[in-house]
Design a protein around this ligand. Structure first.
Ligand code: 5AD
Length: 346
């Protein structure tokens, strides 16, 4: 039963909603192993055994939003707020460049003090100082005009997880001021402007059902993003979801494999959250079909302040300085890092 579903998924890249639901209800170790095996084969056909790296620079922990799951939410009085200067960001990039990073990801909360011009100036400075690098922005929802200014400044990619494609579930995770419609509109705007676009969702977030995950898969199929970020939900002690159970490594791996079969060319990271929930999350993610990792390139003194969830990994092999060690660990499972912008193979 499930193996014919996997055949159909691999052939058609999508299933009708009821068939997706059936597949998601069958998360046995045997199905998981079969999915991962096929996902790895697809990934190796297109990307070989190389893993792309991105240097993640967490440029501001200020946020005007109040998402119930996130430790950086506006209402969290205990969050430590900081904002990197342009010079500090360029310094991070210089260190990353030395280490072999050719993509820099500027990620931050929706910080009103990061004006469109200020971000554009930083993007221009990075592109000028590190010719040939790619710049990815992940700075939340903005108007199409603002996205255009940043695109014209040289930004190549934009990450904006949709978080959940279900309206009802979106409202369970976000206050009434936020809207799924607007978030999706941002993704369509980014696409129209020519960005490589990343969407994605949390696995096991409060109230999430298998039917919601099917909606996520179908929305992603409609959007056809170049990148997809998924990771387990992890509680943060100073949020309304402090006592909610975490998502699992197993289910995240299952979905990574499903996503690889749906989107053979997609750039799919084994995320920090996956590596936080399981000490071998990164390797397991790669073995499930992921082909990107995003080590932390933020200045060490701010890393602990960018606390989206409790125990967020930012040292050891999560740290950009450890690329050599990360490479050794990956080589043990037959993969290796590469110095490259890491654009999608078309
Ligand atoms: N657990 C897991 N992921 C989280 N994110 C935010 N808060 C949490 C949490 N508590 C994810 C969101 C966001 C990305 C930057 O981090 O999906 O888009």
């Amino acid at each position: 039963m499930s193996s014919s579903l996997i055949d159909r998924l691999e052939a058609d890249h999508v299933l009708p909603a009821d068939a997706f639901l059936t597949l998601l209800m069958q998360q046995t170790p045997a199905v998981q192993e079969e999915l991962a095996r096929r996902a790895r084969a697809v990934r190796e056909r297109i990307y070989g055994k190389t893993v792309y790296i991105r240097g993640l620079i967490e440029c501001s922990s200020f946020c005007k939003n109040d998402c119930y799951y996130c430790g950086l939410r506006r209402s969290n009085q205990n969050a430590q707020r900081y904002r990197l200067t342009e010079e500090e960001i360029l310094q991070c990039c210089a260190e990353g460049w030395q280490l072999g990073f050719r993509t820099f990801v500027l990620q931050g909360g929706e910080d009103p003090a990061l004006s469109p011009d200020c971000v554009a100036r930083t993007v221009r400075a990075i592109k000028k100082r590190f010719p040939g690098c790619a710049v990815t922005l992940s700075l939340g929802e903005h108007s199409k005009d603002v996205f255009q200014i940043w695109k014209e400044a040289g930004a190549d990619r934009y990450l904006l997880r949709h978080e959940t494609a279900s309206d009802a579930h979106y409202r369970r995770l976000h206050p009434a001021q936020m809207s799924l419609l607007h978030r999706k509109q941002c993704l369509w705007d980014l696409k129209a402007l020519g960005y490589q676009v990343g969407a994605g969702f949390m696995v096991g977030s409060p109230g999430q059902t298998k039917a919601h995950m099917v909606e996520d898969l179908l929305f992603l199929y409609e959007l056809q993003p170049e990148m997809i970020g998924i990771g387990p939900f992890l509680p943060h002690h100073d949020t309304p979801f402090a006592r909610e159970p975490a998502g699992t490594c197993q289910e995240t791996l299952f979905l990574l494999s499903v996503l690889r079969l749906m989107f053979p060319h997609v750039l799919l990271p084994a995320t920090t959250a996956l590596n936080t929930v399981d000490p071998h999350g990164r390797e397991l993610g790669i073995l499930a079909g992921a082909n990107v990792i995003m080590p932390n390139l933020s200045p060490t003194q701010v890393r602990k302040k960018y606390l989206l969830y409790d125990n967020k990994a930012c040292t050891g092999e999560e740290a950009a300085e450890s690329v050599a060690q990360i490479d050794r660990t990956l080589q043990k499972i037959g993969y290796s890092l590469t110095v490259s912008r890491g654009d999608p193979v078309i």
